[in-house]
Design a protein around this ligand. Sequence first.
Ligand code: NAD
Length: 388
Amino acid sequence: MIRPSSRLPGFYHLPPQQRQDALAAWAALDSEQQAALAGGLDLAAAEQLVENVVGLYALPLAIAPNFLIDGRDYLLPLVIEEPSVVAAMSNAARLARAGGGFHTGSDEPVMIGQMQLLDVPDPDAARDRILAAQAELLAGLQGLHPTIRRLGGGPLGLEVRPLLHTPAGPMLIVHLLFDTRDAMGANAVNTACEALAPALETLSRGRVLLRILSNLSDRRRAWAACRVPLAALDSETFAGAAVAQGIVAANAFALADPYRAATHNKGIFNGIDAAALATGQDWRAIEAGAHAYAARDGHYRALTTWQIEAGHLAGRLELPLAVGVVGGMTRHHPTVRVALHILGHPDARGLAQILAAAGLAQNLAALRALAAEGIQQGHMALHQRRQT
Ligand code: NAD
């Protein structure tokens, strides 16, 4: 189905009921889906999610228009309580659109499961035995996860990482690489790690303690890039080229300084978390993975880069994004299902790429506002010096 443009001038000015009508027409929502915009989750569904439920807790669900991602129009469902984020993202998506929108990509959905082996008498020999038995070990997982296997996913390989100097002494860590297809995959990976543990104990002659996924899902990254023509950054007060230079300098600050990087990346998560919440994702898992990734060279840094290239401001965001469109909350929350419908039912990789575009849009909006403020202050100081 060819989707209408996501440029919705005037959407901002409509009362909420009329916005709902415009959204329903744009995304072809039926009456049940429209009803789910008003909350969706009931107590019975909440009982399926967590323990000791006593009620429900509402947050605003908003739409950011203007998104063009890989040539396709999107209205972005966002759940967030912080004012200005939705408006800022919509505005940044309009700027990115002037340069062809966001271009995105992603790795295959490969998660990492970890098994911790203790009291291993000879770690080198144990590593060799485990790697030699790899094919057999993976074949032993055949019976698990028939759906994921039928869809082309499942266990892919093992890696062995000795950690020789920990406060608890040496240990051997085995990584299971597992393609979880359209699932976030925590349960699937944890089950596979549990199933592997007895054979690993035999091969290593040690004992297995932890068997759980890693949230640093760096085999499962998504990225988004955009190129904004400098002229699109022009305003009545500032030249676009000066704003772009300010954005590049602000980004350089966040690449070099963890104090600034934490705030810079927090802004990125204003966009990613809002879209992740709307689509039923485990946003703690996403944040844990991305912050660890931001410190992967031992220094916590900005997750984005910005530079000026041939008359354009070019930005890129890359981060691990373990998201799913099956399982977890996507099964139980009617509003989550509507949000995924509004996005055109992406697969897990497609959703990760949309979230990356959301994060980059928020970053562009935040840096533009901060850089323009700095330019304004510089301008006023210069003005005052001239007056005196
Ligand atoms: P899940 O177990 O609910 O669903 C995944 C299952 O869906 C698969 O095992 C498969 O049987 C089925 N499935 C159907 N269609 C599929 C498709 N196209 N692709 C893949 N699988 C398909 O969910 P999950 O993704 O394994 O786990 C996610 C949940 O685990 C989240 O709610 C998360 O909060 C929670 N969790 C997270 C952590 C962590 O991040 N550290 C730890 C434990 C649990």
